[in-house]
Design a protein around this ligand. Structure first.
Ligand code: NAP
Length: 252
């Protein structure tokens, strides 16, 4: 039996779509109050409306995780509205495809600034509030791509996802004195708006290569995040949880 999430204040970056939306919905269904953060406020509001329709409690905030001033302002607004932060799900991320040969400095920086630096900036902004929580929790959405596997066109993305894990392990050490745990989920291929944008052929090839013969759902990732944020996961820190339908297992 897991302790209820009721009363927990949960921030989900990239909460308006895809995996982040799934994380926001599942935390809300478990009784948490959720702050949904995205650059597009209208999309965040749509997500919040769906959560409320289902009986949950959530609020929408605009914010750009790659911009220090923006995410600091967003976190201030969240704390003013919710009264604190118990859980940070640092999930916002982008995955545009570009070959190494064609990649510009700007292509590289945009992905690293959003996925890796964005994780640092968001955690740093939330930290004073997580320290005041009874037990703070940070769950980072990394990926199998980079830390475990490679995929042509995603060298910058893969580097950013591996960077998140290096950051996560040291953050876990630095925050341990405050009883804050820092862990990461590593999704395989999960059907989201972002992934659908890669095209039908990509989705079919990926589903066929997964031992469980299907793409993941956003809920598959969300329940892993809820577990890592639970009171019962309090002795787990600096760890990764791969949720990929067995995609990285085959030797051939
Ligand atoms: P998605 O459907 O494209 O959604 C991305 C979310 O992030 C949106 O809410 C987007 O909203 C937000 N976002 C993007 N840039 C942002 C920024 N600078 N500041 C704040 N919010 C930002 O993507 P997804 O597939 O759910 O992926 C979510 C996370 O899971 C990413 O970290 C990704 O690397 C990881 N992941 C996904 C898969 C997969 O198969 N889908 C696999 C492994 C890992 P706005 O555009 O309005 O800001």
């Amino acid at each position: 039996m897991f302790t209820s999430m009721k009363g927990k204040k949960v921030v989900v970056t990239g909460g308006s779509k895809g995996i982040g939306k799934g994380i926001a919905q599942v935390f809300a269904s478990q009784g948490a109050t959720v702050a949904v953060v995205a650059r597009n406020l209208a999309a965040a509001k749509d997500c919040v409306a769906e959560i409320k329709e289902a009986g949950g409690e959530a609020y929408a905030f605009s914010g750009d995780v790659s911009n220090r001033q923006s995410i600091e302002n967003t976190v201030s607004s969240i704390v003013n509205n919710l009264g604190g932060i118990d859980v940070l799900c640092a999930n916002a991320g982008i995955f545009p495809s570009k070959s190494i040969e064609d990649m510009t400095d700007d292509d590289w920086d945009t992905v690293l600034d959003t996925n890796a630096k964005g994780t640092f900036l968001t955690l740093q902004a939330c930290l004073p509030h997580l320290k005041q929580a009874e037990y703070g929790r940070v769950v980072i959405t990394s990926s199998i791509t980079g830390p475990v596997t490679g995929y042509a066109g995603w060298s910058h993305y893969a580097a950013s996802k591996a960077a998140q894990l290096g950051f996560m392990r040291t953050a876990a050490l630095e925050l341990a004195d405050h009883q804050i745990t820092v862990n990461a989920v590593m999704p395989g291929n999960v059907l989201t708006e972002g992934l659908a944008g890669l095209g039908e052929d990509y989705l079919k090839d990926m589903a066929a290569s997964i031992p469980l013969k299907k793409l993941g759902t956003v809920e598959d990732i969300a329940y892993a995040a809820v577990f890592l944020a639970s009171k019962e996961a309090g002795f787990i820190t600096g760890q990764t949880l791969i949720v990929d339908g067995g995609q990285i297992l085959p030797e051939d």
